[in-house]
Write a protein that binds this ligand. Structure first.
Ligand code: DGT
Ligand code: CA
Ligand code: CA
Ligand code: ZN
Length: 609
């Protein structure tokens, strides 16, 4: 069982943003920036930002209850930062931040989106050309002014333009993990309103797309009066910043976090049809309407109607699909990529298609995962001990095993482990397994020894095979040399996959959604090698990675490559991210049997190469 992700909240996000800006400005203008003290400060602000962003409580509430003492209980928050938090909660300002802003009066957060354009560059851009935001930057680059800054070049100028383009393509879409808790919260509150029969978030959110343009809520009511009441309630929610429009059965608002949200209100008898319509995708809807027409029916958001204009279906989605001769289709599959053909009832004479049809009913479910195979501890860049990570996985998320996959030595930034430390850690894990299971005979939990081995430039690993072979399961990943050409990157991944000690390739393409494209990979080739070598490909469920992405998952599934879904947890709350990975797996048509961490730990270990 997985809990609903409690990931980010608005006040928390505001403070997190300010802390990231502080860290950034310190890196930019602080004279003593290479002194250990400053480095420590920069890291502390970044860590605090991550922590607060991912907190399951509102910092306001924490402060209300326990004041400064409560704030100090947040992991990674020391006295200095807690005091700044208090200042922000009580006055809405942080004096230290305002002071720093005076030294560098630019729109720092805009530049966060431009991966690879760091503090040093931004400082030069500001002091040489007065560039304060992305539009300034784009203008200067187009006018050829950037190359004239000492140390810059035409190549750098072109790179900057490319980064800006990539950033704009993201176009204000939010990562699903950024809006998930908020959407679930609103959905729950709408459901609890008097007069409301059902309330659900539809649109791209229900399809679990990796990014969300706007949020669509659908509500069914008993009477017109109830409809009016729920619209009143919606436009007056504390999350609403401004109301952009309101009609008899709909409302459009902008939320405090800048995202738009729509509300549609329908009568009970149309709820299923409206759900079908507003879940989309548009392409899936268009194809559905064609089928209706071919059957002499008409499908719209109010129902399915016959020639005499009688409603033949509409209250539930199932009946809408049924009268069109289709099985119900999971929302994540509704992209008009072949799912409608798959759902046609009784038409599949060919055996192969009959086999494929089980995908609809045997898609991996949100409560199918038994373990998590990418988990980090505070022995490297995680925030909690192995034991704490294990107990949280067991008690809060109902998992029955985790693999501790700490980074390895060549990743110095994370204090990666060397051979000796890895073997020591494996011994500690063996002892911990005894300890945590001692009084818990009914619910056996297993910690697996593992590592996230760093793939070096030439495709070799930074830990020797004889050490890796002593671990239960091993993942490998690329964390550097992102600018090598596609042939070299693919070759690096292939040599890791062909290494007999490597079981899994972690986050295979290295992308960070809306921030960096990742390194180029010939994915078909990698899939082919994964199949031949019995190597597992990972779906990293952290919502800013989702790597593999849906379309690559589908390719892997079609080629019978085995997959795992991991949270990449650096803190126990991050186990909540697993649902985003499951969502992508469903979008990639993966069945439970395609995902190896639906197996017990024993079965999983038996299936490795
Ligand atoms: P988003 O908001 O960009 O992440 O993507 P969606 O899929 O949530 O799209 P949105 O919010 O524009 O509309 C919600 C759903 O309503 C969409 O998935 C299908 C349906 N819809 C909206 N406009 C149209 C349309 O013009 N034709 C059809 N067939 N359906 C539409
Ligand atoms: Ca939408
Ligand atoms: Ca919409
Ligand atoms: Zn990694």
């Amino acid at each position: 069982m997985l809990h609903k992700g409690n990931v980010a909240m608005s006040k928390n996000s505001e403070v997190a943003k300010i802390f990231r800006e502080i860290a950034f400005i310190l890196q930019t203008v602080e004279e003593k920036k290479s002194e250990p003290n400053t480095i420590f400060k920069i890291r502390s602000y970044n860590r605090a930002a991550d922590e607060i962003q991912n907190l399951s409580f509102d910092i306001d509430d924490i402060y209300k209850k326990e004041k400064l003492k409560g704030l100090l209980k947040i992991p990674s928050i020391g006295k200095a930062i807690a005091t700044k938090l208090e200042e922000y909660i009580t006055t809405g300002k942080i004096h230290y931040y305002d002071e720093l802003k005076e030294k560098l009066p630019i729109d720092v957060s805009q530049f966060f989106g431009l991966e690879g354009i760091g503090p040093k560059t931004i400082k030069m851009l500001y002091f040489n050309l007065g560039i304060k935001n992305i539009s300034d930057l784009e203008k200067a680059a187009l006018e050829g002014k950037i190359r004239s800054i000492p140390g810059f070049s035409q190549k750098k100028e072109e790179l900057i333009l490319k980064k800006i383009q990539f950033f704009r393509k993201g176009g204000g879409r939010r990562l699903i993990g950024e809006v998930y808790p908020l959407v679930r919260r609103i959905e729950e509150r709408l459901s609890g309103n008097i007069g409301v029969k059902q309330a659900v978030a539809v649109g791209s959110f229900r399809r679990m797309k990796e990014t969300i343009g706007d949020i669509d809520f659908l509500v069914s009511v008993m009477s017109e009066k109830d409809g009016d009441n729920i619209i009143d309630y919606f436009v007056n929610m504390p999350e609403v910043k401004e109301v952009s429009g309101r009609g008899l059965s709909k409302a459009f608002v902008k939320l405090n976090n800048g995202i738009d949200a729509d509300l549609l209100v329908v009568p009970q008898e149309s709820f299923g049809a409206a759900m079908q319509y507003f879940t989309g995708s548009k392409e899936h809807g268009v194809a559905m309407r064609k089928i209706a027409i071919s059957k002499g029916l008409r499908l719209n958001e109010w129902g399915v109607f016959d020639k005499q204009n009688h409603r033949v279906a509409g209250a539930t989605e199932e009946e809408v699909y049924r009268v069109l001769g289709l099985d119900w289709i999971p929302p994540e599959m509704r992209e008009n990529r072949g799912e409608i053909k798959l759902a046609k009832k009784g038409k599949n004479v060919i055996e192969k298609e009959e086999e494929e049809k089980v995908r609809l009913s045997q898609l991996i479910a949100y409560d199918d995962l038994k373990g998590d195979l990418q988990v980090h501890s505070n022995n490297t860049d995680g925030t909690m001990s192995i034991e704490e990570m294990a107990l949280n996985a067991r008690d809060k998320f109902g998992l029955s095993y985790i693999a501790i996959s700490d980074h390895t030595k060549s990743l110095r930034l994370t204090n990666g482990l060397d051979e000796k430390q890895l073997l020591n850690q494996a011994n500690t894990i063996a002892e911990l397994n005894d300890k945590i299971n001692v009084n818990n005979s009914n619910k056996h939990f297993r910690i697996l020894s593992s590592a996230e081995v760093n793939i070096l430039k030439d495709g070799s690993l930074d830990i020797s095979n004889n050490v890796l072979d002593k671990l239960d399961i091993v993942g490998a990943a690329i964390h550097s040399h992102f600018s090598l050409p596609i042939e070299s990157q693919t070759a690096r991944l292939i040599s890791a996959a062909q290494n007999p000690s490597i079981d899994i390739i972690f986050h295979p393409t290295g992308r960070i959604i809306n921030r960096r494209e990742g390194y180029p990979v010939n994915i078909s080739k990698l899939i082919e090698v994964a199949k031949e070598s019995n190597t597992i490909l990972e779906i990293d469920a952290h919502y800013d990675r989702l790597d593999l992405k849906d379309e690559y998952i589908r390719m892997a599934v079609e080629n019978n490559v085995k997959l795992v879904i991991d949270s990449d947890a650096h803190h126990p709350l991050h186990y909540a991210f697993l649902i985003f990975g499951i969502g992508q797996a469903r979008r990639g048509w993966a069945m439970k049997s395609d995902i190896l961490n639906t197996l017990s730990a024993k079965e999983l270990l038996n299936s490795l190469k």
